[in-house]
Design a protein around this ligand. Structure first.
Ligand SMILES: Nc1ncnc2c1ncn2[C@@H]1O[C@H](COP(=O)(O)OP(=O)(O)O)[C@@H](O)[C@H]1O
Ligand SMILES: [Mg+2]
Length: 621
C-alpha cells in the first residue's frame, strides 16, 4: 500500500522556485523539438485509432447523415435553376403546377437538411463526449500508475496541463470544428462534380481558382501549424508556472519572490499572447484571401456566363444554379482557416497526450511474479546496489546492507548522503542501476506490485492527507477496515486524543475549516494509517521530525509496539528516535561507514556515530 499511504510529492520548497526558470526553458526546448513535426506521429495516430475504434459504427452513421444533409442542401440551387428555366415559363403561361411542385420540394429539402443537421450535431456530440470521457479516464489511470521517477521529472503542472488544457482543445475540435470540416469537405467535392455536370467551360473557370487557393493554403498551413503548436506550448508552460508558484506559495512569500515571479509570469503570459497574435494575423490574411479569390472567380463566371446567356449559348437558370453553387463552394473554404485552428491545436494536444500515454512505468511489474513467503517475514537485503538518478552522478556507488527480519535499524548521516534514496529503493519507487534489492530473498523486480505494497510501507516527513474525513485517511491503510479498527490504530499511535477533540471527531473533513491539521497531527494520522496497514517492513523517513518533544515521546512509546513485530528502517536526526534501534548504520556519500549496535558504536568512542552521540548529549545539557 505504499502508493496510497505515502503518495506525497517531494516538498516544493524554495528550490522548486529557483529552478522554475530553468524548467520553463527546458520545457520550451523540448516543445520546440516536438513542434518540428505537426503531422500526427505514430503514437498520436495509434491513440486516435484506439479512441475512435469502439465508435466505428456510430461514426459511419454520422458520416452518412452528413452525406444525406449535404445532398439535401445541394439540391436547392439545382431546383432554383429548374424553376427559372421550366417552371417560370409555365407560370407565365398561367400553369402554376410545376412552380408549386418545385417550391414544395425546395421547402422539403430545407426542412430535411435542417433536421439532419440537428441529428448530426446531437450524434457527433455524444460520440465526441464519449471519446473525451475515455481519454480523460485513460490519462488519469495511466499517469497514476507511472513511477515516482516520472512524476519527479514531469512535475504536476505539466500533468495538469495535459489533463485540462490539452483535453479541452480536443473538446473544442469535436464540439465545433469537426462538423464544419466534414461538411466543407463533402460540400466542396459534391459541388465540384455538380459544376462540371452543369457546364464544363464555367466549371473550368471556377476550378482554375483552386490554383491560387492552393498556393494560399500552402503559405498558410505550415505557418499556422507552427503558431498553433506554440500556443499549446506557451499555455502549458504558463500552467506549470502557476501550479508551482501556488504550490510553493509559503516559500514564495517567505523569500519575497513575488516580484521575480511576476516578471517570469509576465514573460510567459506575453509569449502566450504573442503566439495567439500570430494565429490571428495568419487568419487575418487567409480568410479574406480565400474570399477575394472566390469573388474574383464568381465575377469571371458571371461575365463569361452572362455573355453566353445573352448570345443564347446558355440558359439563365443554369447560370443562376451555377452561381448559387459557387457561393456554397467558397464559403466553407474561408471557414477552413478557422477549422484548421481547431484541428491543428487538437493535433498538437493529442500528440502531447499520446506522448504521456506512451510513457512506460520506470519500475515495470514482473510478467510472472515470484510469490513472497506467506506470511512475509520482512528480511531486506541490498546486494551490491549501485544507483544513480542521472547516469553521470551516482548517488549510491555500492551499498550492501543485510537487515534480518524483525530488526529495527536506524539510518543516520548528513543531508544528501542518500538515506531517502535507500528508502525509495526498498519501496521500489526506483530500481537499482546495478545490484539487487531483495525481500525475503526475492528480487523486488520479481515481486507483484500488490504484494510489495502490502509488505513495505514508507512514511515520510510530509504526512499526506487526501480530501475526506480523518477516518477515511486512516482507513486507506487497509481497505475495508471498520471504525473500531481505525480507532484502535489511532489509539495505538497516540493520535486518538487529538482526533477526538476535533469538531466532528473522526468524521472531521481534513480539508474543511476546523479540520486543518498541523504537520505533527498529519504525521500521527500517517502513523495510524501505517499501523492499520500492518506491513512486514516499515520505513520512517524523518517521519517524527515535525513532532514536538512530548508528542514525539508519545509516538516513541507507541513505536515500540508498532515496530515490535516487523522490520523497520528509521531515518532520523534525533537521538531519542535512534535509541530504540537494535542497530545503527551511518551513511556518508552513499557508503555505509559504520554499522553496529548503538551502544557498541558509542562505546568505541571514535567513530562518526560516537561523535553525533556526543553532540546530542551536549545539546541536552
Ligand atoms: N529525484 C532526484 N533526482 C535527482 N537527484 C536526486 C533526486 N533525489 C535525490 N537526489 C540526489 O541524491 C542525493 C541523495 O539524496 P537523498 O537520498 O534524498 O539524501 P538524504 O535523504 O540522505 O538527505 C542528493 O545529492 C540529491 O541531490
Ligand atoms: Mg532524505
Amino acid at each position: 500500500m505504499t502508493d496510497i499511504v505515502e503518495n506525497a510529492s517531494e516538498p516544493t520548497g524554495w528550490q522548486g522556485q529557483l529552478s522554475q526558470e530553468a524548467q520553463a526553458n527546458a520545457q520550451a526546448k523540448e516543445d520546440e523539438a516536438q513542434a518540428q513535426g505537426i503531422a500526427l506521429t505514430s503514437d498520436g495516430r495509434q491513440l486516435l485509432g484506439e479512441l475512435l475504434r469502439p465508435y466505428r459504427r456510430s461514426i459511419i452513421g454520422v458520416l452518412l447523415i452528413v452525406l444525406a444533409q449535404v445532398s439535401a442542401t445541394m439540391a436547392a440551387p439545382w431546383l432554383v435553376g429548374v424553376a427559372i428555366d421550366n417552371s417560370l415559363p409555365d407560370a407565365m403561361r398561367g400553369d402554376y403546377t410545376s412552380l408549386i411542385v418545385v417550391g414544395s420540394v425546395l421547402v422539403g429539402c430545407a426542412v430535411l437538411s435542417g433536421w439532419l443537421r440537428a441529428v448530426f450535431v446531437l450524434r457527433s456530440g455524444v460520440i465526441g463526449q464519449a471519446v473525451l470521457y475515455d481519454l480523460r479516464r485513460r490519462g488519469f489511470d495511466h499517469i497514476q500508475t507511472l513511477s515516482v521517477a516520472f512524476h519527479e521529472r514531469f512535475t504536476s503542472g505539466r500533468v495538469i496541463s495535459r489533463m485540462t488544457s490539452d483535453v479541452d482543445t480536443l473538446t473544442e475540435l469535436l464540439d465545433s470544428g469537426l462538423d464544419g470540416l466534414l461538411t466543407a469537405l463533402f460540400n466542396s467535392m459534391a459541388i465540384a462534380v455538380l459544376l462540371i455536370v452543369l457546364d464544363v467551360p464555367l466549371a473550368l473557370i471556377a476550378l482554375a481558382s483552386l490554383i491560387p487557393l492552393w498556393l494560399l493554403y500552402r503559405w498558410f498551413s505550415p505557418r499556422a501549424a507552427l503558431a498553433f503548436t506554440r500556443t499549446r506550448e506557451t499555455v502549458a508552460t504558463m500552467i506549470v508556472n502557476i501550479v508551482e508558484t501556488f504550490n510553493g506559495i509559503r516559500a514564495v512569500q517567505a523569500f519575497r519572490r513575488e516580484k521575480r515571479n511576476d516578471a517570469i509570469f509576465a514573460g510567459l503570459n506575453d509569449k502566450y499572447r504573442e503566439a495567439n497574435r500570430e494565429t490571428f494575423t495568419l487568419q487575418a490574411w487567409f480568410i479574406p484571401g480565400t474570399a477575394l479569390i472566390g469573388n474574383v472567380a464568381t465575377v469571371g463566371v458571371l461575365l463569361v456566363g452572362g455573355f453566353r446567356v445573352s448570345s443564347g449559348g446558355l440558359e439563365l437558370g443554369v447560370l443562376t444554379s451555377f452561381l448559387l453553387y459557387l457561393r456554397q463552394f467558397y464559403d466553407p473554404m474561408q471557414d477552413v482557416g478557422v477549422f484548421y485552428n481547431s484541428l491543428q491545436s487538437a493535433t498538437a494536444a493529442l500528440q502531447k497526450i499520446a506522448a504521456v500515454l506512451a510513457e512506460r512505468p520506470g519500475v515495470p511489474e514482473a510478467e510472472t511474479p515470484v510469490p513472497l513467503p506467506s506470511p512475509v517475514r520482512g528480511g531486506v537485503v541490498l546486494d551490491a546496489v549501485h544507483f544513480a538518478y542521472r547516469a553521470d552522478r551516482p548517488v549510491l556507488p555500492e551499498v550492501s546492507i543485510d537487515i534480518p527480519a524483525g530488526q529495527t535499524v536506524a539510518l543516520v548521516g548528513a543531508t544528501g548522503a542518500g538515506k531517502t534514496t535507500i528508502a525509495k529503493l526498498i519501496s521500489r519507487f526506483y530500481d537499482p542501476t546495478a545490484g539487487a534489492v531483495r525481500l525475503d530473498g526475492v528480487d523486488l523486480r520479481d515481486v507483484a506490485d500488490n504484494q510489495l505494497r502490502d509488505a513495505v510501507v514508507m512514511i515520510t516527513q510530509d504526512g499526506f492527507l487526501f480530501s475526506g474525513s480523518v477516518a477515511d485517511n486512516i482507513g486507506f491503510g487497509r481497505l475495508g477496515s471498520t471504525r473500531e479498527q481505525i480507532v484502535a490504530a489511532a489509539t495505538a499511535v497516540g493520535a486518538h486524543g487529538f482526533i477526538d477533540a476535533l469538531p466532528e471527531g473522526y468524521d472531521t473533513d481534513v480539508r474543511k475549516r476546523g479540520g486543518r491539521l498541523s504537520a505533527g497531527q498529519r504525521q500521527l494520522v500517517a502513523f495510524a494509517r501505517a499501523f492499520l496497514a500492518d506491513p512486514a517492513v516499515l520505513i520512517l523517513d524523518e517521519a517524527t521530525s515535525s513532532l514536538d518533544v512530548p508528542t514525539e515521546r508519545a509516538v516513541q512509546h507507541a513505536l515500540r509496539t508498532v515496530l515490535a513485530e516487523r522490520t523497520a528502517l528509521i531515518i532520523a536526526h534525533r537521538l531519542s528516535t535512534v535509541e530504540i534501534a537494535d542497530r545503527v548504520l551511518v551513511l556518508a556519500d552513499g557508503r555505509v561507514i559504520e554499522d553496529g549496535a548503538p551502544d557498541t558504536l558509542v562505546a568505541s568512542g571514535s567513530g562518526h556515530f560516537a561523535e553525533l552521540h556526543e553532540s546530542w548529549r551536549d545539546s541536552l545539557v
